[in-house]
Design a protein around this ligand. Structure first.
Ligand SMILES: Nc1ncnc2c1ncn2[C@@H]1O[C@H](COP(=O)(O)OP(=O)(O)OP(=O)(O)O)[C@@H](O)[C@H]1O
Ligand SMILES: [Mg+2]
Length: 150
């Protein structure tokens, strides 16, 4: 195994995924690619319609997106630091914008990674299902081995 992609969203499950990805990369000398995706629609379609109806200024949404970008960059940097501290030499952190599952799958294909590691759940509170929508879609559509960490 030469290249592992780990996707992080700041959730407990994703930190566990990062830990496992580091442990898997260590003995193999694999390179680690860390990805955080900033969703295009930080407030979602429903709230967007509400905002339009209530005349909440668009700049406020831009500020929210900017905040998400800053947080995302910091999150990626923190994860990168942890991986380096654990002794990994080849570590790269990236942030992308768009739909999380699509961006994860696109990067995995472009970089021809050998394995994708994700948390089973993310930041959403709906814990009734074992997998969240991102981990579900990625596990179904990935062209390589995909590990979901509980
Ligand atoms: N924006 C993101 N960027 C990178 N990785 C992500 C992102 N969102 C989710 N993931 C990855 O997918 C895993 C599962 O999260 P997912 O979003 O599927 O669950 P959820 O938030 O509980 O449910 P849902 O988002 O479907 O309401 C996370 O632990 C993380 O590894
Ligand atoms: Mg989620």
């Amino acid at each position: 195994m030469t290249k592992i992609l780990v996707a992080i969203d700041g959730s407990e499950s994703a930190w566990k995924a990062l830990d496992l990805a580091i442990k898997l990369a260590q003995p193999q000398g694999a390179s680690l690619l860390i990805l955080h995706v900033i969703p295009y629609e930080p407030i979602g379609e429903g709230l967007r319609k509400f905002a339009a109806a209530e005349h909440v200024p668009y700049e406020q949404e831009q500020a929210l997106f900017h905040y998400a970008r800053t947080l995302g960059d910091n999150l990626t940097r923190d994860a990168e630091k942890s991986a380096r501290r654990a002794g990994l030499a080849a570590v790269e952190g990236r942030t992308a914008e768009g739909r999380p599952a699509e961006q994860i799958l696109a990067l995995a294909a472009a970089e021809q990674v050998d394995m994708i590691v994700l948390g089973s759940r993310g930041r959403s509170d709906a814990k009734a299902l074992f997998l969240g929508s991102v981990s579900h879609k990625v596990a179904n559509q990935a062209g390589c081995t995909c590990v979901t960490v509980k």
